[in-house]
Design a protein around this ligand. Structure first.
Ligand SMILES: [Fe+2]
Length: 315
């Protein structure tokens, strides 16, 4: 197996103000599939092509935002090793284990807080539900997509973009302890030495997590879900309009990662993205640098400028 260690973003846990409207959004409009609820009222969802039990967790709270983001690692042995490495690095705080079963169908999770104030988790075990495409068994002779998809229907949860202050500390942990690559960065300052944006990958994708430097702790900008084509991004725009969903921007293209994108808000104000495209990342690919002066086209390549909401609206 060439892809080892941290495999992918495994789940994102979001706070919503009211579960009813949230589920109408995440299930009927975005098109995620509800797989479980627990006694605490949390709802667990997955995108159709994810085999793992769930990738999105919603809980009702007084304030929107992200509780934590979870990362799937390749084995229980890797989970133990990375937990020890994180502890040894001194780059995270509030370290601890969440027992198996606290998330349904999921093994124990190692939880820690990174320098930007975001809570992260690693886990190695989550039951496989499959993608409902098989014709002669769960993974035998599959169709290309399942019946009964609803709404936008992205195939997977892809990444989060987060806002926080100590970008250097978080990037150091992801790169040096968890083995992520820096696919792209945005730099500022007189000598370009201040990193204000980091796009990190643990895989072949242009990013699995992105961070923007802002004078805040633990803030959430968006959770993103992947579509198959630019045409599907346009159709997502149609579905969002039909359902009168609050739109942020798009459809347009990012300079960074080259993704074709549309940003919108759930009823609680959490930003979502669906996107397509991008490039294939390999660990020996040089890091792409965007200078602060070109931040506009880096984020929104067509408009060549940020909309006010990109920097000012987050949860
Ligand atoms: Fe994104």
């Amino acid at each position: 197996m060439a892809l080892t260690g941290v495999l992918r973003p495994g789940h994102v846990a979001l706070r919503v103000l009211e579960m009813g409207p949230a589920l109408k959004h995440y299930v009927d409009v975005l098109g995620l599939i509800e797989v479980a609820r627990d006694k605490a009222g949390r709802v667990f969802l997955k995108a159709w092509d994810e085999h793992d039990h769930h990738s999105v967790v919603l809980r009702e709270a007084d304030e929107a935002g992200m509780d934590y983001m979870g990362w799937r690692v390749d084995s229980p042995a890797t989970l133990k090793k990375l937990a020890a490495d994180i502890e040894k690095s001194g780059l995270a705080s509030d370290l601890g284990w969440v027992p198996a079963g606290e998330h349904p169908a999921t093994g124990e999770r190692f939880r820690f807080t990174v320098a930007t104030g975001h809570v992260m988790e690693l886990f190695a075990e989550k039951d496989k539900l499959g993608n409902d495409c098989g014709t002669d068994g769960p993974d035998v002779n599959p169709h290309p997509w399942p019946d009964n998809l609803r709404g936008i229907a992205p195939s997977r949860f892809d990444h989060c973009l987060l806002y926080g202050d100590d970008l250097d500390g978080t990037v150091k942990l992801f790169r040096e302890v968890l083995g992520f690559g820096l696919a792209e960065q945005v730099t500022a300052g007189p000598d370009g030495s201040l990193m204000i944006g980091a796009f990190l990958t643990c895989s072949n994708k242009p990013h699995d997590i992105a961070l923007i430097r802002q004078p805040v702790k633990g803030k959430f900008h968006h959770a993103s879900f992947i579509l198959g084509s630019w045409e599907e991004v346009l159709k997502a725009g149609d579905i969002l309009s039909r359902n009168k969903v609050s739109l942020d921007i798009g459809p347009t293209r990012h300079g960074i990662t080259r993704g074709e994108t549309i940003y919108f808000f759930d009823p609680s104000g959490n930003r979502n993205e669906v996107f397509a495209g991008g490039y294939i990342y390999y660990p020996d690919k040089p890091t792409i640098t965007w200078t602060e002066q070109e931040l506009g086209p880096a984020i929104f390549y067509h408009d060549r400028k940020l909309n006010e909401r990109f920097l000012q609206v987050f949860t």
